[in-house]
Structure formats: C-alpha cells, structure tokens
Design a protein around this ligand. Sequence first.
Ligand SMILES: [Zn+2]
Length: 171
Amino acid sequence: MSKAPLPNTVDPRRSADQGLSFQGCVPLKRFQRLATYLVEQEGVVNVSLTFGVDEERIRYLNGTAEASVQMLCQRCLEPVAIGIKAELNLGIVRDDEAAQMLPRRYDPLVVDHELDVSEAIEEELILTLPLIATHEDCEVKTDFRDPDAKPEGDDKPNPFSVLAQLKGNKH
Ligand SMILES: [Zn+2]
C-alpha cells in the first residue's frame, strides 16, 4: 500500500483499523524539547509511520524517524553532526491502566482521539541522542580554523586547503 503524506495530527485508532501508512518530513523547529539539545534548528526529520492491528487485536504504530542534527562537541565545543534514528514500536492505549496490559514488545502510546505526530516521535528521538556528543577526530576540525593553515598564493577560501596542505607536507 502506498504511503500518504504525513499529517500534523491523525486519528490513531481509525488509522490502525484502516492500516494506514504515512511518510514525510517534519521541520526540526517543531520539536521544541529536542531543540534544547541541539545547536542548530534548521533541518528536517524524515518520518515513516505504519498503523495497524496485530493478531491479538492490539492497535499499534510502527515506524522510523531519522535526522541529521548538530550537537555541541564536548571536547572542542564546536558543532558536530550526529545522525539519529528512532525506531517506534508503540501500542496504542487510552490510559495508563491499559498501558500496563500491553505485551512487552510494545512501548505504550497513551492517546485519546487525536495524535500529534511530532509529539509521538519527539520523546523517541530524544532517547536516541548520545549523552555526550564528540567528533571522531576533533583535530580535523581545529585544523580548519587554524589561522596559520592558509594555502600559499590563493586568496579565495578553499574547502580543500587543509587537504592540499596535508599533501604538501608530505614533500
Ligand atoms: Zn570536537
């Protein structure tokens, strides 16, 4: 079945009963709690959701939410790009009591008539963030900012200047 564009809100039970799938992008800006962990709020979260009813008649929401976000490197205090991907496997329930009854393979999604899609995935996205973000190699970044690391005889900023210099140093 083809996937419909992602709405801001859905009726989770009707979507499950109809086995609907949605796919789309949500601007990072819409995730205000997630944004407090980030240094850059431009960008999107790619979201793919599938609603359904399992063999135990439990309504579920499966899906993924993926993004590339900028966090602060805790070693050099420069931004570092982090790829995050949340896997959702949620059982749709009305209250905490019903949540207790869910099989353990589901995380509970307590929701009434209307589900705010970004709200449903925000918590999962936050859980995928690393506790401490760092570059794999901070030196690579600091080289870029070294004022002495200019290539000779070229006034234009050159993104490959560091590479050129590294090659030059070999001679
Ligand atoms: Zn760093």
